[in-house]
Design a binder for this molecule. Structure first.
Ligand SMILES: Nc1nc2c(ncn2[C@@H]2O[C@H](COP(=O)(O)OP(=O)(O)OP(=O)(O)O)[C@@H](O)[C@H]2O)c(=O)[nH]1
Ligand SMILES: [Mg+2]
Length: 496
């Protein structure tokens, strides 16, 4: 399925009764075919739903979003913003492996409480669905269970909201055991209040394709079955919670070990597709997967790097942020983001070529604040990086610089500004706290090497008796260097 197909369909939109739908989305962002194939092969390695296979209502993991029509309700902001929002939804849908056939936006004061779009528009939407041969409608928002059900009943095809779509992408991309468990938990939390709706749809679909509803299946599964399913799911939720908190402990231990090592850490955060992985690669030659798709990165990658003056630090790539991140996922992904919150420095990457980078910055800060509010310690300092300078236009770049005066403007692609950024990172990293003056015998060369990589060497001199160094080191290393301290060292004060 290529975007070209989609383009073809879009060019035929003149045949469609779209005139009364206020906006027609027709700008196709592209995603490589290969990546999509890759995703498709990944997503079918399910493995996760095994324990749930008997709960038919919970099979949203097997959502098959193939040929989709997008629909949004435009309540506030400019027309351009509403289009950007739908464009993002299209990219999300493509990331999930769908072909987007059509995108429609309706201008309304607020979404219709019954059917999301106004009831008159539902009919038009139904016509578009038939004309394009879509099998799924994706709504740009979080719909209530009732809205989803009523829209499905009226359209006779599957209706999914933005939250379910994002959950689906996360389910496809999560690779670690913990990530998978967290996504499943989030999906179940999303599903519990919607059980009846899903049961309804699926039992209807079980009777054949859409349209076969009526009579028996009309009211969904009986209360009793629903209750049983609900209980089962609650049990599963409790089990997942227990597993996750056990994994939490393991990660805490690991992180604790890393912190005891006193290697300063930098976490790269930012909106999805901002170029976080590219920047990690640019700074460290890490070779992390980079692609023009949303949520390419779901499991954090950590790489070591060194400052220009030789101090070691770690850089961690993280999950991208997105506007209206489903709140179930804020919790679920607390872990990867928590790691970011524990860093010594946040590198907040902004896509300078995006039409509305300010909104991305806002979305990221909102989620960070949410995480910060659940922690006892405050969040690490933030260094803003405006990326894709090569692709951004001069006017919006100037506006961004004005808005974010402390930001570093770089291009991970051309390496422009990267060297300066590396220097700025080095400058912001906490320095080791103990000042030592030591004479290390040549037989203990490994201590000299450690001081270079873990500490900050101020002066170094090769004497007849060994290497004489003045350096700032962390407590651990100071302990190891203890036997070699010189007389002059006793006067040394801890550096501030
Ligand atoms: N023109 C230009 N494109 C860039 C630059 N940096 C990254 N990109 C492109 O932007 C897209 C996204 O890059 P990634 O590094 O995967 O972005 P990310 O923030 O890690 O994205 P997710 O992991 O999906 O959240 C890719 O197509 C990159 O080639 C840049 O400096 N200039
Ligand atoms: Mg990435």
């Amino acid at each position: 399925m290529s975007n070209r197909n989609r383009g073809d369909v879009l060019t035929s939109q003149a045949d469609l009764p779209a005139d009364t739908l206020d906006e027609v989305f027709d700008d196709a962002p592209s995603t490589g075919e290969l990546e999509l194939e890759d995703r498709a092969s990944l997503r079918r390695v399910a493995g996760l739903s095994t324990e749930l296979s008997d709960i038919t209502e919970v099979e949203n993991r097997q959502l098959r979003l193939e040929r989709v029509v997008l629909v949004g309700v435009w309540t506030e902001g400019t027309a351009a913003q509403s289009e950007a929002s739908l464009e993002e939804l299209a990219r999300l849908a493509e990331t999930a492996g769908s072909t987007v056939l059509e995108g429609l936006v309706q201008r309304r004061n607020r979404p219709d409480p019954a059917t999301y779009v106004g009831s008159g528009k539902v009919r038009e939407l139904a016509d578009v669905v038939v004309a394009t041969g879509a099998d799924t409608v994706i709504c740009d928002g979080e719909l209530s269970p009732g809205q989803l059900r009523q829209l499905e009943d009226k359209l006779n095809i599957k209706v999914v909201d933005r939250t379910a779509l994002i959950l689906d992408i996360f389910a496809q991309h999560a690779r670690s055991k913990e990530g998978k468990a967290q996504v499943e938990l989030a999906q179940l939390q999303y599903l519990i209040p919607r059980l009846r709706g899903w049961g309804d749809t699926l039992s209807r679909q079980a009777g054949g394709r859409a349209g076969s509803n009526g009579g028996v299946g009309l009211r969904g599964p009986g209360e009793t079955k629903l209750e049983i399913d609900r209980r089962r799911i609650s049990k599963r939720v409790a089990k997942l919670r227990r597993e996750i908190s056990a994994m939490d402990t393991i990660r805490e231990t690991k992180r604790g070990r890393r912190m005891a090592n006193d290697v300063p850490s930098v976490a790269i955060v930012g909106y999805t597709n901002a170029g976080k992985s590219s920047l990690l690669n640019a700074v460290t030659d890490a070779g992390v997967l980079v692609e023009d798709a949303l949520f390419a990165t779901l499991d954090p990658t950590t790489r070591r790097s060194v400052t220009p003056d030789g101090r070691a630090y770690t850089l961690t790539d993280t999950v991208g942020f997105v506007r209206h991140l489903p709140h179930q996922l804020v919790d679920a992904f607390r872990s990867t983001l928590d790691e970011a919150a524990d860093a010594d420095l946040l590198l907040h990457v902004v896509d300078g070529s995006d039409p509305a980078p300010e909104e991305q910055v806002q979305a990221v800060r909102t989620v960070l604040a949410e995480i910060g509010s659940k922690r006892s310690e405050s969040l690490p300092p933030e260094l803003i990086v405006i990326n894709k300078a090569d692709a951004a236009d001069a006017v919006s770049l100037a506006r961004l610089r004005h808005l974010l005066p402390d930001a570093h403007v770089v291009s991970a692609r051309t390496q422009e500004g990267v060297e300066k950024l590396v220097a700025a990172i080095a400058d912001r990293l906490p320095r080791p706290e103990t000042l030592v003056d030591v004479l290390v015998p040549y037989a203990r060369g490994e201590l000299v090497a450690r001081t270079h990589s873990e500490g900050e060497v101020l002066t170094e001199d090769h004497t007849a008796d060994g290497t004489r160094m003045c350096a700032r080191v962390h407590a651990d290393l100071a302990g190891a260097l203890e036997p070699y301290r010189t007389a002059a060292d006793s006067a040394a004060e801890p550096a501030s």
